[in-house]
Design a binder for this molecule. Structure first.
Ligand SMILES: Cc1cn([C@H]2C[C@H](O)[C@@H](COP(=O)(O)OP(=O)(O)O[C@H]3O[C@@H](C)C(=O)[C@@H](O)[C@H]3O)O2)c(=O)[nH]c1=O
Length: 183
């Protein structure tokens, strides 16, 4: 497994070894010991990934931006079918990269995974006809702790790869998420 820091150094991009043969391929999606060695290398505490989520979405669906504040969730995000533009926003108040975002293309072709530490908001836009996004979380979902930021917040100014005039498909909650209250 390879691991590189992204433009926000705490957001890590993992590339598992993919073993191709005449049948197809095999990869380890998570080896927690290696994963935690990389977290340690980059100065982050080790994590236990206690919940795994799978969502399926159509082209132009945008889920996000979401976070939990009482029980923040780190997320290791991968795509098992299709392609998405995956975004992490640093909303940790004392962070040097507070208010910054980073986006990555994740697909079943590039096999990349993004580690988004606790304290970030997360969202993704589906670029393919449909996409199955699989992500592991470092703490459990708490319905009452779910919070959001509007995907199109002008302060964050996320450059979502949408064609001119194309609107994303959003949940009722995500249409009305509040704005980011950065300085
Ligand atoms: C996130 C989540 C939702 N649910 C339920 C609540 C609801 O009835 C249904 C759909 O929930 P949502 O509309 O919040 O799903 P979704 O918009 O896909 O929410 C997810 O978005 C991405 C970007 C994330 O980062 C995740 O942490 C999560 O917030 O599933 C759970 O039971 N467990 C969970 O962990």
């Amino acid at each position: 497994m390879k691991c590189n820091q992204s433009a926000i150094p705490d957001v890590l991009v993992f590339e598992p070894v993919v073993h191709h043969d005449e049948r197809g391929f095999f990869k380890e999606v998570l080896r927690e010991s290696s994963f935690n060695q990389f977290l340690s290398l980059y100065g982050q505490p080790s994590q236990s990934l206690v919940q795994e989520n799978l969502s399926q979405s159509k082209r132009h669906v945008l889920r996000g931006l979401h976070f939990q504040s009482q029980q923040p969730q780190g997320k290791l995000v991968s795509v098992v079918h299709g392609e998405v533009f995956d975004v992490a926003v640093d909303i940790r108040p004392h962070s040097e990269t507070y208010g910054q975002w980073v986006g990555h293309i994740l697909s079943n072709q590039n096999h990349q995974q993004v580690w988004i530490p606790p304290g970030f908001a997360h969202g993704f836009l589906v670029l393919s006809e449909s996409a199955d996004v699989l992500y592991k979380c470092s703490s459990y979902y708490m319905a009452g702790d779910q919070q959001g930021i509007l995907w199109s917040d002008p302060t964050l100014a996320i450059d979502w790869p949408l064609a001119k005039g194309q609107s994303p498909i959003l949940s009722v909650q995500d249409v009305t998420q509040p704005l980011f209250r950065g300085e």
